[in-house]
Design a protein around this ligand. Sequence first.
Ligand code: CA
Length: 226
Amino acid sequence: MNILIVEDEKRLADALSHILLEQKNIVDVVHDGADGLAYAESGIYDCIILDVMLPSMNGFDVCLELRRKKIMTPVLMLTAKDTITDKVKGLDAGADDYMTKPFSPEELLARLRVLTRRRGEVILDEMRYGDIVLHIDSSTLSCKNSDKKIHLNFKECEMLKAFLSKPNVIISKQDLIVKIWGYDSDACDNNVEAYVSFLRKKLTFVGSQLEIQSIKKLGYKLSTKQ
Ligand code: CA
């Protein structure tokens, strides 16, 4: 998942980020409310962990503004405030859940799982298109026309998921960077090109009739070989 953490206590933000990265999420961290709103408005996140007491704009206002702009990304409010009034205020502002500090990492992860499930996202075991199957649990690519299977690393798997969710559609390098490396990354076109090249080799290895085509100046698309 792609997760945004908006938390001004840097040690807590780092700890959260560490827990979520260990679970193979893509994480962006910002330390004030206005930055949080700007990042969240991109709409690329699967979930936002939002502190209430923040510099420049509080979490209630960030959440209200997001919902006003019809950005419905699930929000988990995380705060030291634990009075009923504050909980109600958070939920009224459009937060989906509310946790008070201190909290256990296990509880945080469990709540994130519920939030992202509640959104109606189907957690897929596999994705299929053409002659290929991507087995998500095992990060394995297989081809219906051969017995060959190959393991994909995390970023290859994320990239193939992006292509499989939009087959035959051109995806820009920038969109791939945001999807795979996160909004705030230093990744560049060369990183995308490298991973496209790895994926092409793996598609060839399993004997697929699909290929990742380069579309000049626009990006890439997954299609059947011409
Ligand atoms: Ca705070």
